[in-house]
Design a binder for this molecule. Structure first.
Ligand code: ADP
Length: 188
């Protein structure tokens, strides 16, 4: 699991890690955006929440994630990016993976301070075309939602010794090196 607030660099680092470790990348945000673009029922439901910077309801998110996981036959592993984002999602993921005879390897969390996040997201708006990046009040709401609902999920993995925080400021390469050092300690 790659964890961290909006704008922490999860998507960028996922791209590098999935190649290096041969993993399948599952980004809930990307999957929702794909559904919105294709005007699916799920996309229509998710859009109302995403536009406001709110979380998509757990029931929708969990069933969507599970149906994506089962599409892959004998994967080497997954990078979950943007999931779990609530305690209910973390519990559902545990139950789901247990039922498939597997478990979470680790949660790597990118740590970036709030003002830097806001700067990055407002900057990203010009290239991402994402309405939820362009408006500072929505960006601030996403960070507030993260602090309130998502940050506590870290405690769940801390309690079982699977959490590692990584400094998320520096060059892309420097941050990749930090993440790989932590991940290698879990997978070797
Ligand atoms: P970021 O991490 O930069 O905010 P994402 O692309 O991960 O961007 O997510 C964009 C939006 O998609 C979120 O603000 C939220 O509305 C929705 N979303 C993504 N993942 C989840 C999730 N696990 N649970 C609920 N909503 C989610």
């Amino acid at each position: 699991m790659l964890f961290g607030p909006p704008g922490a660099g999860k998507g960028t680092q996922s791209e590098v890690l999935l190649q290096r470790y041969g993993l399948v990348h599952l980004s809930t945000g990307d999957i929702f955006r794909y559904n919105i673009k294709n005007a699916t029922e799920l996309g229509l439901q998710a859009k109302a929440f995403m536009d406001k910077g709110e979380l998509v309801p757990d029931s929708l998110t969990i069933s969507m994630l599970e149906s994506e996981v089962v599409k892959h036959q004998e994967p080497k592993g997954f990078i979950f990016d943007g999931f779990p984002r609530t305690s209910a999602q973390a519990e559902a993921l545990d139950r789901f993976l247990n039922s498939r005879g597997t478990t979470i390897t680790c949660m790597l969390a990118l740590e970036v301070d709030e003002e830097e996040l806001i700067k990055r997201l407002l900057n990203r708006a010009s290239t991402s075309g994402r309405a939820d990046d362009a408006d500072e009040s929505i960006v601030r709401n996403r960070i507030a939602v993260y602090n309130r609902e998502t940050a506590p999920v870290a405690g769940y993995y801390q309690a079982c010794g699977k959490y590692r925080g990584v400094q998320g400021v520096g060059t892309v390469n420097e941050i990749t090196t930090r993440l790989c050092a932590e991940l290698d300690a879990f997978v070797q």
